[in-house]
Design a protein around this ligand. Sequence first.
Ligand SMILES: *[C@@H]1O[C@H](CO)[C@@H](O)[C@H](O)[C@H]1NC(C)=O
Ligand SMILES: *[C@@H]1O[C@H](CO)[C@@H](O)[C@H](O)[C@H]1NC(C)=O
Ligand SMILES: *[C@@H]1O[C@H](CO)[C@@H](O)[C@H](O)[C@H]1NC(C)=O
Length: 391
Amino acid sequence: MLTALLAGVLCLWAVPGLEAQVPYERNLSKLRINELGNLAMQMEHSINAEKYACESYFDHVCSRNRPLFSIMGHMPQTSDLIQLLTKLQNDPVQFEAKQKLIDFFISCNTRKSLMDCYRETFEYFKPLFGYIITKDLVEASSHELQDFRDLIQSFLVRTQTVFDNDVNPIRNKLRTYREKFASPGIYFYAGDLNREYAALRIYRESYDHNLRNLEQHRKRNSSYELGVQRTMLDWSLYLYQSQHKPMSYYYPTFTVHLYMTMFNITERQRDFTRFREDVECLKLPQYVNVLSEARMLAVIYLKSFRHTWQEYSDWIQLSTKHREIYDQENEILRQHHLSNKRLFFTLYAQNFCEFGKELAEHVFYLGLKENADFFNTYSCGFQTDTARDCV
Ligand SMILES: *[C@@H]1O[C@H](CO)[C@@H](O)[C@H](O)[C@H]1NC(C)=O
Ligand SMILES: *[C@@H]1O[C@H](CO)[C@@H](O)[C@H](O)[C@H]1NC(C)=O
Ligand SMILES: *[C@@H]1O[C@H](CO)[C@@H](O)[C@H](O)[C@H]1NC(C)=O
């Protein structure tokens, strides 16, 4: 069914060239193999191997303070930033808003590095980056976009029975976004962008003026900060920073957030007495039990983790092709003493580094602590003290 759905997707921007993406046929593309290598290297810097994973997973994945993925900020590598700016400059469509961004970077680069210029002004120029990303980099035919739409679809299918009618508005929105992401580029038109930046004055020669003008511009209401446009923009940027990544990356960074959003609604609507009984059955640590909000979060995250892990496990088994991709990735990762499962658990756990050790281990990691795959992956002795069937 999914294939039929995706077969209708038009290839809007066939941009052949080095970056063109080769969908999986038997073997992984060079780009995906390279990205696995990169990810493995980043992971080596990210985790603290001196901290034993089974003892404190938080210390293991968070104590070096270098998460692999950050939902909060989009910070490309220098080479990616240069690629983005070059693509934007070489894009045959000439329009004012784009010229403003380019002039700004020229003025800024006389004083600072490109990365600093980007870091300081990313929020202002996000829609223009969205424009070039969806036009040139997240191609309609790319496996990212297909995988991404499959992720939304599979979430919708699997949760049909999990979430009742009350959360249908969100499910309907997701259905719409899946369609919109067949051609995300149409949300970033040159004409709209010109209007968005119409009042902004940028001078090539005067970085100081530009900074001030940007501050002013920021105070205006941006049409890209609201509703559909915002989600299209945020998810497009997410797709860009997720290029060539394995599925063990997408599930713990995207799908899990969909579950959290849904359970955050449904769990709060549940019958209070039943909820309390379930929580008592879970035998949560004292630290969590004393606060009703902590209990609530514990259940939301436990459920979100379980469902996400189940989805990923099912994805692996869904077809021979998936299994082959998974095995090949693991073979490459093995050279770095890694595996898809380790990637999954690390990325999941790093969602919560900023909350600190106590909250992470007592509230957010409950799912990990009762997961047999987790224990096997890190060769911890498997012993569960959480009752699995309570919630
Ligand atoms: C696929 O990769 C495997 C090793 O990972 C190699 O033995 C095989 O020849 C490759 N097949 C193709 C069609 O490239
Ligand atoms: C921005 O939007 C808010 C809420 O819609 C509105 O109250 C405010 O007046 C707007 N500001 C400007 C400068 O348009
Ligand atoms: C969860 O729900 C609460 C209460 O409705 C809300 O304040 C909070 O922002 C939500 N959190 C997430 C992550 O959706």
